[in-house]
Design a binder for this molecule. Structure first.
Ligand code: RBV
Length: 425
């Protein structure tokens, strides 16, 4: 891999000469993101984001590039960073840089560099922030609070980010309105389930090439993301075991045909483990202590705290890289545990993140939320706001149209029937 950086006063990427390869990837994504491309056309004509300065912190993938270029086409000035040290596609970053976008992102950065990149994007004094994991919003609140007064609003892409922002809002600490993109139906029922399901399996296979059929596949957390992983692993013939803390989620897992048990039991029987909880310390030392020789462990949650790697490091007598994104830890009794992507999101670090087709809807929500904030953000209260139901239906409607699928409409008589409490059976 090239170690040269391309750096100017408005960008830092690994190597801008990779731009043409990145452009090919972006072209591929564009062809699979018809909703966002339609919005691009409509809002480029209207210049709906003219005068807006958008700082974004979201995985630099080919899909994100389509979002970034759509925001710019609608008139916004952009400054971007990646939201995870291992998720940036350097070729895509180069293509954005070559297209005149201010971007600070490269694959394999350390945590200090990660925050340096965020700080550089904030130099533009944004009017809007666009987050995945809320690190940009936290940076504004913790390190650059003076910027909060001129920021109109922000958006948040992912479950764990929304959780933290709701906690901040409940404490009265959130200083501007934020739209919870994650909680849109056209986001979490598709991106979180089908996107995470497919891309996490993709990451595990690229990092290991193991056969999933017949394996005990342990999914920690049966929320949207975990249920997607369970669904896809089961489809490939794995025996899925789920761990949960929430009784209703555990019941859903059972009725979908999976086994449920505590992690303390699952640890001893699992062949492959994936965490999707948004919680820290889901797999810790006492679990590694009973795992089978050869167990594969990975995470698909946003933050890298679900697997306690400090415990694993302390228990290991040696460690070596087997292949990209697959490290072997040997314990004192000779058992080997394989950790994928250093415990960071396996789907983005070891594969390419979610497929373009689902990101189309997530990013259509991001885009329309930015337009809404530009238009009416000044009138929105500080706090976390949901996506309006009409936006969900609008996005799903365009998506169906681009797929060539038509749906029925209620007749006026049927609409009246919906609220008619006088008629019985
Ligand atoms: N995610 N983005 C991609 N291909 O750009 N893949 C996954 C992509 C987002 C997804 O929406 C999820 O909420 C978030 O990454 C977790 O950080």
């Amino acid at each position: 891999m090239s170690v040269a950086f391309t750096e100017t006063d408005k960008l830092k990427v690994r190597d801008i000469s990779q731009a043409s390869r990145g452009r090919t990837l972006i072209d591929w994504a564009e062809a699979r993101m018809p909703v966002l491309m339609q919005l691009r056309k409509e809002h480029a004509a209207k210049q709906s984001l003219k005068g807006m300065r958008i700082a974004g912190c979201l995985h630099v993938t080919k899909e994100t590039a389509v979002l970034v270029e759509t925001l710019r086409a609608a008139g916004a000035e952009i400054s971007w960073s990646g939201c995870n040290p291992l998720s940036t596609n350097d070729e895509v970053a180069a293509a954005l840089a070559a297209n005149g976008i201010s971007i600070y992102a490269w694959h394999g950065m350390n945590v200090e560099e990660f925050y340096w990149c965020i700080d550089r994007t904030l130099e533009m004094k944004p009017t809007l922030t666009l987050d995945d994991g809320a690190d940009l919003i936290f940076s504004v609140h913790n390190r650059h609070p003076e910027l909060a007064t001129t920021i109109i609003g922000g958006t948040e892409e992912t479950t764990t980010g929304v959780h933290r922002l709701r906690a901040m809002a409940a404490d009265g600490a959130l200083r501007y309105p934020v739209i919870a993109v994650n909680d849109a139906e056209t986001k979490w029922d598709f991106d979180n389930v089908f996107g995470t399901g497919q891309s996490s399996i993709d990451g595990i296979l690229r990092a290991t090439s193991v056969l999933l059929a017949g394996k005990n596949f342990v999914v920690a957390g049966y929320g949207h993301c975990g249920s997607g992983c369970a669904l896809r692993a089961a489809g490939m013939g794995a025996n899925v075991i789920c761990t949960e803390i929430k009784p209703t989620a555990a019941l859903k897992a059972i009725l979908n045909g999976h086994r449920v048990m505590p992690m303390d039991e699952a640890a001893a029987v699992g062949d492959v483990f994936i965490t999707a909880t948004g919680m820290k310390d889901v797999i810790v030392g006492r679990h590694f202590a009973v795992m089978k020789d050869g167990a594969i462990v990975c995470n698909t949650g946003h933050y890298d705290c679900e697997i306690n790697i400090t415990d694993l490091e302390a228990m290991a007598t040696s460690k070596r890289e087997i292949r990209a994104n697959c490290e072997e830890y040997t314990l004192a009794d000779g058992r080997r545990i394989f950790l994928l992507a250093q415990g960071r999101l396996v789907n983005l670090a070891a594969a390419e993140g979610h497929p373009s087709e689902v990101m189309d809807m997530s990013f259509a929500n991001q885009f329309l939320s930015m337009v809404r904030l530009a238009r009416e953000g000044r009138n929105l209260a500080k706090g976390v706001h949901d996506i309006p139901e009409e936006q969900d239906q609008h996005i799903a409607g365009i998506k169906l149209q681009t797929m060539g699928t038509c749906v029925d409409a209620l007749t006026p008589e049927q609409v009246a029937y919906l609220t008619d409490y006088s008629s019985g059976t």
